[in-house]
Design a protein around this ligand. Structure first.
Ligand code: FE2
Length: 202
């Protein structure tokens, strides 16, 4: 079985500056994300799980293997949740869903910021598509991820200190503010379309 590979960043390491530095991206992707991938490979080598996809490991593994697989999956999802500043704003379907659920884009950003700031310790903040055509904000601790058994994720923000400490020291609020300059609305809209597709097909 071919080992898992570290997926490349979908942009250059300096592409998110000045909001997230090249130094942070090089370390975060090249060291932290790489370490999770390496630990998954080391754990499954020569076991019955060596042929499993990363998604299957996240959904079915336990203990340290789950933690490392989920961190690998969450980080890939996080890289795609970002794009260089100045990119497209939410397209029509996503914008309508945001307005239905939060009243406005500002309402979403406020709810997301509050949830992320209130989250104690390491984890992730998520925009998810909940049942009933509603969008919701939630946070998960450590490696936990909605991919396991939760609602379908649209966008995530890494709340581990390694995501901002090199750039912001203890100023988590500044990192969260910068997140909205970088939010990849096209990616969120593609995920929302996937969430809606089965319902439309029925
Ligand atoms: Fe991270």
């Amino acid at each position: 079985m071919t080992p898992l590979l570290l997926p490349p960043l979908p942009y250059a390491t300096e592409a998110l500056e000045p909001h997230i530095s090249r130094r942070t991206l090089v370390t975060h992707h090249g060291r932290h994300h790489q370490a999770y991938v390496d630990k998954v490979n080391a754990t499954v080598r020569d076991t019955s799980q060596s042929g499993w996809s990363l998604e299957r490991l996240v959904k079915e593994a336990s203990g340290a293997l789950f933690n490392n697989a989920a961190q690998a999956w969450n980080h890939e999802f996080y890289w795609h949740s970002l794009r260089p500043a100045g990119g497209p704003q939410p397209p029509a379907d996503l914008s309508a869903a945001i307005q239905r659920s939060f009243g406005s884009l500002g309402g979403l950003q406020h709810a997301f910021r509050d949830a992320a700031l209130d989250h104690f310790g390491s984890g992730w903040a998520w925009l998810v598509a909940a049942p009933g055509d509603r969008l919701e904000v939630l946070t998960t601790h450590d490696a936990d991820t909605p991919l396991r058994d939760g609602p379908l994720p649209l966008l995530t923000c890494d709340l581990w200190e390694h995501a901002w400490y090199l750039d912001r020291l203890q100023d988590k609020a500044a990192y969260l503010k910068a997140f909205w300059e970088l939010a990849n609305w096209s990616f969120a809209a593609e995920n929302l379309a996937r969430a809606s597709a089965p319902r439309r097909a029925r």
